[in-house]
Design a protein around this ligand. Structure first.
Ligand code: FPP
Length: 237
């Protein structure tokens, strides 16, 4: 049996900004600028479809190793985004949250993130999670540390108690991961949460990824048969 319901939680690996710019003889940073603009259309589409959580992979922990200029541009874009879009997030009733190693972020970004999380915290609309300075393995290691810091007992370790300590604690696992840009891998995104995720890969570069293609990916998901390791007629749908 197929599910036919929309995914509760969608994650997107927004890949291909650099190639989009290269193809046009532009510097890579122009691709990121165009890509940042694209996020808005997709966030709106996700909220309109009734998706409960949208997680966008905006900056991986490995991205710190990119050329300094590119890192600065991405941080500037985030700074701009957080300053200009906060009003819009509020108007749309979105709950904003950043997952990732926030301590590595510049102070101005940390401050803006905290403010955005605080201001939108009591909203009741879609959860918009931005993975920034994020790595799935890093998140798991930090979750272990959190568990130990709280004085967690060995007998209390189980999947549920562990999950609560992840950055995504309290959020349902990711149902669908979309990756643009042609590569077919997860690249350290939501490693724990993606255990049973459906995957959708497209060659479209992120700056060209439209609302229509996003809706197509959701329709494609609705036709998938999710078994969670069980036999078909016993599977939860
Ligand atoms: C991957 O493309 C994309 C990134 C490393 C950053 C994604 C960032 C954005 C879409 C903009 C920032 C978002 C906001 C909301 C401010 P790539 O550079 O790896 O492209 P390539 O594979 O073609 O080189």
């Amino acid at each position: 049996m197929t599910d036919h319901t929309i995914p509760k939680h969608v994650g997107i690996i927004m890949d291909g900004n650099g190639r989009w710019a290269n193809q046009r003889g532009m510097p890579r940073v122009e691709g990121h600028r165009k890509g940042a603009g694209r996020t808005k259309e997709i966030i709106e589409a996700a909220a309109d479809l009734g998706i409960k959580t949208l997680t966008l992979y905006a900056f991986s922990i490995e991205n710190w190793k990119r050329p300094h200029d590119e890192v600065i541009t991405l941080m500037d874009l985030l700074d701009f985004y957080l300053k200009t879009e906060i009003e819009d997030l509020l108007n749309k009733g979105l709950v904003f949250k950043v997952i990732g190693n926030k301590e590595k972020l510049p102070d101005n970004i940390q401050y803006l993130v905290e403010e955005a999380e605080r201001i939108t915290g009591s909203n009741t609309g879609m959860n918009l999670m931005m993975a920034i300075s994020y790595g799935g393995r890093d998140e798991i290691v930090r979750a272990v540390k959190r568990f130990i810091e709280k004085g967690g007992d060995m007998d209390e370790v189980n999947e549920e108690s562990f999950e609560e300590n992840l950055d995504t604690g309290g959020v349902t696992p990711v149902d669908l991961i979309i990756r643009t840009g042609g590569e077919k891998r997860i690249s350290n995104f939501l490693v724990w949460q993606a255990a049973y995720a459906e995957l959708f890969f497209t060659d479209t570069l992120w700056p060209d990824f439209t609302k229509e293609e996003f809706i197509y990916a959701i329709e494609d998901y609705k036709l998938r048969q999710r078994r969670f390791g069980m036999i078909p007629d016993k599977a939860e749908t």
